[in-house]
Structures are given as C-alpha cells and as structure tokens.
Design a protein around this ligand. Structure first.
Ligand code: CA
Length: 231
C-alpha cells in the first residue's frame, strides 16, 4: 500500500516514514504543499491513504484536501496538526479529512489510526486479499498459501517481495511491465538500478517454486511479467 505523507518538519516526517516502512507501506514524502500537489497530479490513484500536516509551506494541508475532494477522490486522509481546539478539528473534518491526530502523538497511535481508516474503507482496503491459492493478510502483513491437502501454510517474504506479490495478485494473468512495477513499488526520486526489478522477481520466484502451487511468475520477453493464476 502506498501512502502520501505531507509533513514539513524533517525530524517528524522521517520518523513517520521510517515507522510506516517498517509496516510494509510504501511512502512518498512531500515536504511542502507544492511538492504534494505535484505528486497528486502525477498519480493520486496510486495512494491508499494520505497523511497531511495542516500548516505547510506554500499550500496548506487543508487546501490540499479540498483540492483532492474537488477531484471526487475519496482517498482516506488523516490530518496531523498542533491545533487542538474544537473549531480547528471541525474545519479539518469539514474540509474533507477523515480523521485527525493532534501533535505530539506516538507512532503506535498513528499506526492504529491508519488501520482504523483502512477498516472504514473496506472496498479500497480489504483486510485480506485471496487470489488462487495465495492469501495476503493486511492486518498482520503475512502471506499464506494453500497446499495440496488444503492446509494454509505461512510464506515468509521480505517487504519488497510482499509488495511485488501483492501487485501481481491484484493484476493476475495480466502483463505487468518493469516500469509499472518501478512506478508503483519504488519511491519517487529514489530510482533504483535498472536490474533491481529482475533481481527481486528472481528472489520471489525462488520462494514460490518449492511450494508446488500452480501459480508462477512468467517472463513475457520484451514486455515484462505475468502472474499466472490457474484454478
Ligand atoms: Ca507543519
């Protein structure tokens, strides 16, 4: 899941980003309202949740939320702010924020609020994704697969493998290009080496092959990859 984080305080922003990455979120961090606007214009649909500070250089968090709602996007947005007066909360919620967290806050609370938001938007953020024999559980960030006898067995994956498999499960039997994976699963401005996708796919295949389930990642030469789901 990809999160758009907009926070101008460097220490807080990097602490939030670190905490989210630990929980398998992919985080694009904008440090002012203009940078956030650019990311929104590039790919608002890429994001599952937004975390927006209120007071930001250039464009405020409130104005960003209004802009997003004008585009009819229902992106769940958690507002961060030092403002704790009731009327401020009302302004934030009226502008289209879905929840409100007053600074200072602990990371455990932030993560709990994000989980709560995900539960409130089940269509966008299902708790589980099952495709073929593979089930991905978002509440525990674990993956399991059904073996030949019908038992569910856990599958141990790294964060990036988890994200790649999630992407494939959401696009079964479709050709997925390397550029698509790079755009969706790696952060902007942090462009990885060109062979990083191929290397990650190799690692993921190595973990899937011994399971002897029918699903596999096929290479479509010159185009990309396809995750084969057979019933
Ligand atoms: Ca601020």
């Amino acid at each position: 899941m990809r999160i758009l984080l907009v926070e101008d305080e460097t220490d807080l922003g990097s602490a939030i980003k670190r905490a989210l990455i630990q929980y398998n979120y992919i985080v694009d961090w904008a440090q002012d309202g203009e940078e956030a606007t650019d990311l929104i214009e590039i790919g608002l649909n890429l994001y599952t949740i937004g975390i927006f500070d209120w007071l930001l250089p250039k464009i405020s968090g409130i104005d960003l939320i209004k802009k997003i709602r004008q585009q009819n996007s229902s992106l769940p947005i958690l507002m961060l702010t030092a403002k704790d007066r009731e009327e401020d909360k009302v302004i934030g919620l009226d502008a289209g924020a879905d929840d409100y967290l007053v600074k200072p806050f602990g990371m455990a609370e932030l993560l709990a609020r994000l989980r709560a938001l995900q539960r409130r938007f089940p269509l966008i953020n299902p708790q589980q994704l099952t495709v073929g024999k593979i089930t991905l559980d978002y509440s525990t960030y674990t993956i399991s697969f059904q073996d030949k006898t019908g038992d569910n067995k856990p599958l141990s994956l790294t964060k990036k493998e988890f994200q790649i498999l999630e992407y494939f499960l959401k696009h079964p039997n479709q050709i997925v290009t390397r550029d698509q994976l790079l755009a969706q699963l790696w952060e902007w401005g942090n462009e990885p080496m060109s062979n990083v996708v191929a290397a990650q796919i190799r690692l993921l295949r190595r973990k899937l092959e011994p399971l002897r389930i029918e699903h596999c990642i096929e290479t479509v030469y010159g185009l990309g990859y396809r995750f084969i789901i057979t019933n």
